[in-house]
Design a protein around this ligand. Structure first.
Ligand SMILES: Cc1cc2nc3c(=O)[nH]c(=O)nc-3n(C[C@H](O)[C@H](O)[C@H](O)COP(=O)(O)OP(=O)(O)OC[C@H]3O[C@@H](n4cnc5c(N)ncnc54)[C@H](O)[C@@H]3O)c2cc1C
Length: 494
């Protein structure tokens, strides 16, 4: 061969993705677009992919429901592009919400006694939000409840209007009073994030168009089937050892040894954790001091969900007006627990496949969420007629308290890539489906898979924000083959 310069292809990276939720599937799909660079395996603990974005059959298998994640906003560019690529169509949904009961009832579509009474506070809240947004880096560290109390907003405005609204749309549950004020300002004012336009008269006065996902299990299984990665369901990761030296004679420079619950091991070059932080801490054999310290800052709560057909329960607990066809219902508990909420929604007004079949039959399928198992004494799940229950599910959800944004989100970047380990999932920032998908694409980008949607300006903008905050780099839309990601110096919430 003499001096001939034969350009050697770098060896393929063997990548393990732990978890086949939206983040894990997005990461695996993005990597799998470059089969010459990556060999990708996804281990999923459950028997189907999707994680929280899951489907379930009810009524003796007659109906398939999306039983956790339901839909998103038109700004969910990454989800929408991914659906489109695999031939799926989202369905438009007009978002109608009914908060509170009786005198405390208000909606996003009709005037009410409560909004008329609280109008001066609603107008003042708009001005306060503008200031919070201007001083955003400061208000990342201040819980919204502290700000509103300090500025003497009434209990009714805080507990009946602001907290239930934010709890519903950002999945912040009973921790909403402790959510960073900066995040709340974003919910209302960020043109790319906000779901509703702020209204100085009624807080909300529009019925925004959102979209409902198609049957999610079909989405994930189709992506897995048509992509070039190996999906291993029913294969929970039990232990992960890094800096593993392969036995002499073993191949390559494997850095990672993963062992599943059945005790079967496999070696990889890189691992992407697309599961929850608790699982990372439980399975990782040798976390560094910083990894342990930071991952512990993600706090989880246990919630419970009942899928049911008990219209009587809904009529007793919420202000149900059948002619309004509201999708969501939120109520606060009475008395001293008025900062705690219960949420329900009518799946039959939301999911396209149910809308047709159930409305024709005059039936409604509801879901009610009972938040934080430590508050179980407040729950009214026992009042749902047992014969009307179609399914039940326990869930672990992370909290969006201000500590999440002060002690976890801006610091994740410092453990990304440590010992060939990467982190994605909605818990790396905010609990939305769009963040989950973006986070998977970001981990793939860091491993060397080009960003897939450089032609979509809004997608690029959002992705760059995520990349800046959670990875400390910028570079969406630029090919990674030339390694054009550049490091940024400080947490950027913009
Ligand atoms: C009830 C509910 C409803 C929601 N609805 C919406 C909505 O309508 N719109 C929206 O935008 N957002 C919604 N969200 C937010 C939601 O969390 C995100 O949309 C997103 O689906 C989270 O995806 P993820 O991949 O980060 O995590 P997950 O979906 O939790 O995926 C993590 C995966 O890791 C797997 N795993 C765990 N341990 C192991 C192990 N040891 N080995 C292998 N695999 C493991 C899990 O089984 C799971 O599949 C909702 C959240 C909840 C809880």
């Amino acid at each position: 061969m003499g001096q001939a310069q034969v350009k050697q292809q770098p060896p393929k990276k063997r990548v393990l993705v732990v978890g086949a939720g939206a983040a894990g599937i997005a990461c695996a799909w993005s990597l799998s677009r470059f089969p010459e660079r990556f060999e990708v395996e996804v281990w999923e603990a459950l028997s189907v992919p999707g994680g929280v974005a899951s489907s379930h059959t009810v009524k003796d298998g007659q109906h398939v429901i999306n039983d956790q994640v339901q839909g998103g906003a038109p700004s969910y560019r990454h989800n929408l592009r991914l659906l489109e690529m695999f031939g799926f169509k989202p369905t438009p949904v007009m978002m109608r919400i009914a908060f509170g009961v009786g005198r405390l009832q208000w909606t996003n579509h009709s005037p009410s006694e409560l909004t008329a009474l609280l109008q001066p506070e609603i107008a003042r809240f708009g001005r306060v939000l503008t200031w919070i947004k201007r001083l955003e880096p400061l208000f990342v560290f201040v819980p919204i409840d502290r700000v509103l109390r300090l500025l003497r907003f009434s209990d009714e405005f805080r507990y009946q209007m602001v907290f239930p609204l934010v709890a519903l749309f950002f999945g912040t549950g009973n921790q909403t009073p402790h959510v960073a004020a900066a995040v709340i300002a974003r919910v209302f004012l960020d043109p790319d994030l906000r779901l509703f336009d702020y209204c100085p008269q009624r807080l909300l006065n529009s019925v925004p168009e959102m979209f409902a996902f198609p049957v999610l299990e079909e989405v994930w299984t189709t992506i897995a089937r048509k992509s070039n990665f190996k999906l291993c369901c029913d294969r929970p990761l039990a232990k992960l050892v890094r800096q593993y030296a392969p036995p002499s004679g073993g191949s390559g420079s494997a850095a990672i040894l993963a062992t599943d619950a059945a005790g079967v091991s496999a070696a990889f070059d890189e691992v992407v954790f697309a599961c929850d932080a608790e699982t990372v801490l439980r399975t990782m054999a040798n976390p560094t001091w910083l990894e342990r310290r930071l991952l512990r800052n993600v706090r989880y709560y246990t919630d419970f969900c009942l899928t049911h057909e008990d219209h009587g329960y809904m009529a007793r607990m919420y202000d149900i007006r059948p002619e309004q066809r509201d999708n969501y219902f939120v109520r606060t508990y009475p008395g001293r627990d008025r900062d705690k909420i219960e949420m329900s929604f009518n799946l039959s007004t939301y999911q396209p496949h149910l809308k047709v079949s159930m409305c024709a039959a005059g039936l409604d399928i509801y879901q009610t969420y009972y938040l934080d198992a430590k508050l179980r004494h407040l729950w009214s799940d026992s009042q749902v007629g047992p014969s009307k229950v179609l399914a039940s599910r326990w869930m672990r959800q992370f909290a969006h308290t201000w500590t999440h944004f002060a002690f976890w989100v801006p610091w994740v970047r410092f453990i990304q890539g440590t010992k060939h380990t990467w982190y994605c999932g909605s818990y790396t920032m905010v609990n939305t489906q769009e963040i989950a998908v973006m986070s998977g694409l970001a981990a793939a980008l860091r491993l060397g898979a080009d960003y897939p949607f450089p032609d979509d300006p809004l997608a690029v903008k959002q992705f760059d924000t995520y990349l800046g905050v959670v990875h400390g780099v910028r570079g969406a839309g630029k090919p990674t083959t030339t390694m054009t990601t550049t490091r940024v110096s400080a947490p950027a919430f913009k």
